[in-house]
Design a protein around this ligand. Structure first.
Ligand code: WT7
Length: 632
């Protein structure tokens, strides 16, 4: 399954386009199936519907766990590094992980969870989070992991949307020098839940915080799981049975519950993991993401474990106890493949070089980034100081919706170049198209990025809203629309230039502007608001809110803080605005649409050249806004 040379890449790529069915069936033959598929692919762009390996039966956890027991039961599957470097770490071998997964799976069954039920997981980055994900998959329950940095409101919305029957959480979570009261947040979410769908809650003791358990609803993990059997037969799943739901921001409305199904997701995450990171033998692989995001699902849990790899899980943050933590961990475990986000690199770049140079990073063979475009300066710093000027960088482009990495370079196969993600993996057919949906051929070329042939790990629907799935991703005939802009150069490399919709990527997190504006607008003193992104040296983008007030108070700084607290409470701290300007008006077209283009320029510090403002209903407001911003 691994491509080792440029020639092999070119050959494999050609074959994947000429004969996708043959290509994917060869790759799929490397997995454990209970029954083979009847058809590799059935699809219909208009519905839209995509069915991969239809007719096949399998359980993804047998691929991630059972099949490794014969050959490498004692190999570490998960190495867990705690938030506090002085706390002992934990290592789970494949045998132990298998047992723990079965135990929890049995406990879930005893609590009434059945195939097809939704289970919400709201846990810190502890091994139990990975165990929980796999235990759900073991019994065919659909997991919905909610990042443990989200607020009660966000958790409640997600629980209601997916109609989760059970919630897995912890008493608290350690993050740097903070303790986050997870159970309290979860309790509030359950109170807010409109449908009251959650019947039972299983609570893991992590921080030892004082919490209360609600009789008949809440149970201690150690009590339920401790006595459970370590054998649990794997539920027989159809290839297209749902595996999980994961929420991602939409540019409008509520978050979208992206649905991934079993076989295609398994095949693609394993295939891409093995190629992008060139994992082999007893390598130690570490992805610093949280399992609350797709990166963690695909490249901490499913991809690496299905490939039989050793995957490191880190509970903490890059700057605790100091800015050398990542590199201390790389040295400690002799990490071979390291995968992180541009925002983390930019944050660490600001510290003295000694924090990196103190550690032996010679074990590294591949270093990767994901989540947003990586700027050239950060790329060069990463290459030079982490990669010793020679380790290949993989700048991997993909999305929650794509399930796995689609565009990247391959270590020692395709040359890495700053600001370019690279080329499609074999099996992926990117296209650029213009505003009239015409495909732009050749190079140099720029346009909207689309994918013109289905691939196994593509999202199958938005939970409960197939129409929205169709409108968001399939608004152009016969292709998948990514929402990103890109350009292609003479080497057929792609540079991702960023979102072309109202989604802003802040520190690698996807945020829709409309939902945040909706929250701001609930403040009694707010008339209207508009949010845009502006360049930020560490976060990549930060949020700038322009707000019209009913009455301007004496202390506008206090009001700004109050609004940010409101956002933190309703969405989560990641959605707070770096800058808030109280303005007399917003630039609007005659049809009432806010001209965000102008706000973006003002937010970026531009003072003139706002382009054509002739269609504005209120051109005078531009200058007024500028004045306010200058005074901030
Ligand atoms: C959006 C998807 C994929 C896991 C993490 C984010 C942006 C992602 C890159 C990259 C430039 C990137 C895109 C994409 N993005 N990776 N290497 N270079 N942009 O998943 O939250 O679903 O966000 O992240 O804009 O559409 P996500």
């Amino acid at each position: 399954m691994q491509i080792k040379t440029l020639e092999e890449y070119l050959d494999t790529y050609r074959r994947s386009v000429e004969d996708p069915i043959g290509f994917w069936s060869e790759i799929a033959s490397h997995f454990l199936w209970k029954q083979p598929w009847q058809r590799v692919l059935d699809y219909d762009w208009d519905k839209p519907e995509f069915r991969w390996f239809d007719g096949a039966k399998l359980n993804i956890t047998e691929n991630c766990l059972d099949r490794h027991l014969a050959t490498q039961a004692d190999k570490p599957a998960i190495i867990w590094e705690p938030n506090d470097p002085n706390e002992p770490n934990r290592v789970l071998t494949y045998r132990e992980l298998h047992q723990e997964v079965c135990r929890l799976a049995n406990a879930l069954k005893s609590m009434g969870v059945q195939k097809g039920d939704r289970v919400c997981i709201y846990l810190p980055m502890i091994p139990e989070l990975a165990i929980a994900v796999l235990a759900c998959a073991r019994i065919g329950a659909i997991h919905s992991v909610v990042f443990a940095g989200f607020s009660s409101r966000s958790l409640a919305t997600r629980i209601d949307d997916a109609q989760c029957k059970l919630l897995l959480t912890a008493d608290g979570s350690f993050r740097g020098d903070k303790i986050i009261p997870l159970k309290e947040i979860a309790d509030r979410a359950l109170e807010m839940s409109e449908t009251q769908c959650v019947e039972k809650v299983l609570v893991y003791r992590r921080t030892g915080s004082d919490i209360s358990l609600q009789e008949g609803r809440d149970y201690w993990w150690h009590e339920m799981v401790g006595q459970a059997d370590t054998h649990c037969p794997a539920e027989v799943m159809d290839a297209e049975d749902p595996l999980f739901i994961l929420y991602t921001s939409g540019s409008t409305g509520k978050p979208k519950g992206i649905l991934h199904t079993t076989a295609g997701y398994m095949v693609y995450t394993t295939y891409s993991f093995l190629n992008v990171f060139q994992y082999s033998g007893d390598d130690i692989y570490w992805c610093t993401a949280d399992i609350g995001w797709i990166t963690g699902h695909s490249y901490i849990v499913y991809g690496p474990l299905s490939a039989g790899a050793t995957t490191v899980m880190f509970e903490g943050v890059p700057t605790y106890p100091d800015a050398g933590r990542f590199w201390a961990v790389v040295e400690k475990y002799r990490v071979n493949q390291f995968y992180t986000a541009p925002t983390a690199i930019r944050a660490l770049m600001k510290f003295p070089l000694d924090f990196v140079q103190r550690y032996d990073l010679s074990s590294l063979k591949v270093i990767g980034t994901v989540g947003e475009p990586i700027n050239e300066e950060a790329w060069i710093w990463y290459k030079k100081h982490v990669g010793n000027a020679k380790v290949p960088i993989v700048d991997t482009w993909w999305q929650t919706e794509t399930g796995g990495i689609l565009i990247t370079t391959l270590p020692d196969v395709l040359l890495d170049r700053p600001t370019f993600a690279g080329k499609p993996l074999p099996g992926i057919q990117p296209i650029l198209f213009d505003d009239d949906a015409r495909v732009v051929e050749g190079f140099p070329a720029s346009g909207k990025l689309g994918i013109r042939f289905p691939w196994p790990s593509m999202a199958r629907t938005i939970w409960g809203d197939h129409q929205r799935y169709k409108e968001t991703y399939f608004r152009y005939p016969q292709r998948y629309f990514t929402g990103d802009g890109a350009l292609r150069d003479e080497h057929n490399y792609y540079r991702i230039t960023g979102r072309i919709d109202d989604i802003i990527i802040v520190s690698g997190h996807n945020l829709g502007t409309a939902p945040i504006e909706d929250v701001i607008n609930t403040h009694p003193n707010v008339v209207e608001s508009a949010i845009v992104g502006f360049p930020h040296p560490v976060k990549g983008n930060a949020l700038f809110a322009f707000i019209i007030l009913k009455q301007t108070p004496e202390d506008t700084a206090a009001l700004a803080e109050e609004i940010n607290q409101l956002i933190a409470r309703e969405i989560g701290p990641i959605a707070k605005c770096d800058k808030i300007a109280f303005v007399p008006g917003l630039p609007k077209t005659r049809s009432g649409k806010i001209m965000r283009r102008i706000l973006r320029k003002i937010a970026a510090g531009q003072t003139d050249d706002f382009g054509d403002t002739s269609t504005l209903l209120n051109p005078e407001v531009v200058e007024q806004i500028q004045k306010t911003v200058q005074q901030l």
